[in-house]
Design a protein around this ligand. Structure first.
Ligand SMILES: *[C@@H]1O[C@H](CO)[C@@H](O)[C@H](O)[C@H]1NC(C)=O
Ligand SMILES: *[C@@H]1O[C@H](CO)[C@@H](O)[C@H](O)[C@H]1NC(C)=O
Ligand SMILES: *[C@@H]1O[C@H](CO)[C@@H](O)[C@H](O)[C@H]1NC(C)=O
Ligand SMILES: *[C@@H]1O[C@H](CO)[C@@H](O)[C@H](O)[C@H]1NC(C)=O
Ligand SMILES: *[C@@H]1O[C@H](CO)[C@@H](O)[C@H](O)[C@H]1NC(C)=O
Length: 477
């Protein structure tokens, strides 16, 4: 039976590559401008994991998996902890809201997150984890204790839950055993008088002292938080070992982390892992997010991940000043081979960031309106459906064998054009509800966010040292 399925799959794939390669229409530039795809390929059904070959090539490369799916090391509790689509999109909106308020030019009142104890934690950094879609495994301590962390280019401090939970706070349920600093010979507390401890404040985090130990706190926009000791520990990234990495040993943690042990901070601030390992990796990392949860991607430190020839770069923008985020300048959007007529100031006034933790790309309202109009026009012979959650442009593909969807590409400053993969244009609830995976911001001056659905299968290179972010197609399956 299984063999038969394999044969059918092979035949289907062969037929697909013969019949259904990307659209036949050539533009004047020689590029095709629509994707013809099997409708069934939009609905992942497999329950086995296909490993991406590239991930294991480099020693500084970590396997990256979707949090919910057959490739996840944390999938045994999948049924209990998987959020549904509405949860994912609701949390995504909470993350976006907190990013907007953090990057908003006017000073917004700082909100408070109350801990289970009496102290109040100021959520000054105002970030939120969203649905924390992608995870990697990092080794902590001596002996090495492997932990699965949500990775996040929008925040800096890496943290994990630490024993003893429950003495002063609580830990949320996680799948792997919780890290116990007293069983690691390489663990040390950061002292309150250390300059590193003072940096917490300048980096926008909560700081306090307890018996001369440095206490950190991070509040996230959705009332998740972590509080604990700022500490130093040995980190093992695949086979690379780093001593004395500053991290948060969280003894009081709460939130929707869905069983992951904590968070890997890949932002631009001084506490982020790329900053702390810059001597070795030169502040460069790259990743590829797989097209579906049935595939793995990779997170690679110190290189563009083996596609250096095809990577096209755009400068990191400093217009939107934030220590953690990677800013970009969007200069145009093309749909079905035609560049949309959007005045440059629509993009330049609010600016844009790229974020691994935001699911759906957010655009300035006028840019989204133009994108939606062009998309709808091209999709006019498909049956529309209701719209769901934050997505307002949806189609009913029930009964269709193949569909043709217009290509979408982004132009960034410096002449860098990035074509969104066919899996990065639509968000699929089910066959009768397949939606354009973009959302318009509420205000003209809310920052645009290039989100992780649109980054699928693209190799994204973060070159902090060179002040640039790069993109290459086909980074993973
Ligand atoms: C770190 O501080 C905590 C709380 O004071 C203490 O229990 C623990 O032993 C310290 N760890 C080390 C390695 O000093
Ligand atoms: C710092 O910690 C002490 C007790 O450890 C607490 O009384 C105080 O309220 C804390 N300060 C802030 C700003 O949270
Ligand atoms: C959508 O765009 C493609 C590529 O430009 C074109 O071939 C197709 O005819 C368009 N469809 C509609 C309905 O406009
Ligand atoms: C949509 O329109 C194009 C061109 O007009 C046509 O070739 C295609 O078969 C139509 N698709 C559907 C689903 O009707
Ligand atoms: C989608 O289309 C199918 C077939 O035309 C129809 O039976 C179904 O009710 C539609 N679903 C929705 C949600 O509109």
């Amino acid at each position: 039976m299984k063999n038969l399925l394999n044969i059918i799959t092979l035949v289907l794939c062969a037929w697909l590559s013969f019949c259904c390669t990307d659209g036949a229409q050539k533009r004047k530039s020689g590029e095709v401008s629509f994707h013809r795809i099997l409708a069934s390929s939009l609905f992942p059904s497999s329950s086995s994991c296909v490993l991406s070959p590239r991930a294991s090539n480099t020693k500084s490369s970590l396997l990256l998996t979707h949090r919910h799916g057959p490739c996840s090391s944390l999938s045994s509790k999948k049924a209990k902890t998987s959020p549904n689509h509405d949860d994912i999109l609701r949390l995504d909106q909470a993350r976006v809201k907190s990013i907007h308020s953090k990057l908003s030019k006017k000073l917004t009142p700082q909100y408070r997150v109350s801990q289970s104890q009496s102290t109040e934690l100021e959520a000054r950094d105002g970030s939120t984890l969203g649905s924390g879609n992608y995870i990697v495994t990092v080794g902590f301590g001596t002996p090495k204790h492997d932990l699965s962390l949500v990775f996040d280019t929008g925040s800096d401090l890496t943290w994990t839950q630490c024993e003893p939970c429950g003495k002063t706070g609580t830990c949320y349920p996680q799948e792997e055993p919780i890290f116990n600093p007293s069983s690691s010979t390489s663990y040390s507390n950061v002292s309150c008088s250390s300059p590193v401890c003072d940096s917490l404040t300048s980096q926008g985090h909560y700081r306090n002292c307890s018996a001369s130990n440095c206490i950190y706190g991070i509040g996230y926009g959705d009332s998740s938080f972590t509080v604990g000791f700022l500490a130093k520990e040995k980190f093992t990234l695949n086979t690379d070992v780093f001593d004395g990495v500053n991290f948060g040993c969280g003894e009081n943690n709460q939130g929707l982390f869905y069983g992951a042990a904590g968070l890997l901070g890949l932002g631009r601030g001084e506490f982020s892992l790329p900053s702390q390992t810059a001597m070795t990796y030169n502040n460069i990392f790259s990743y590829c997010l797989p097209s579906s949860a049935d595939y793995t991607g990779h997170l690679t430190f110190g290189s563009s991940g083996g596609l250096s020839n095809s990577v096209k770069y755009t400068p990191i923008s400093t217009a939107r000043h934030s220590a953690s985020f990677y800013g970009l300048d969007i200069v145009g959007i093309t749909v079905a081979g035609k560049e949309l007529e959007i005045p440059l100031t629509v993009f330049s006034a609010p600016g844009a960031i790229i974020d691994s933790g935001t699911v759906i790309t957010r655009l300035p309202p006028k840019a989204y309106a133009a994108l939606r109009t062009a998309f709808k026009e091209n999709m006019s012979n498909y049956t529309t459906s209701m719209g769901q959650s934050i997505l307002d442009t949806c189609y009913n593909f029930t009964g269709l064998e193949t569909v043709e969807i217009p290509k979408v590409s982004f132009s960034f400053k410096g002449g860098t054009d990035v074509e969104v993969d066919s899996k990065g244009i639509l968000y699929v609830f089910d066959a009768s509800e397949v939606c354009l995976a973009f959302v318009g911001n509420g205000n003209d001056d809310d920052v645009a966010i290039f989100g992780n659905v649109q980054q699928k299968t693209i190799q994204v290179v973060y070159d902090g040292a060179g002040g640039r972010v790069g993109f290459a197609p086909d980074g993973c399956m």
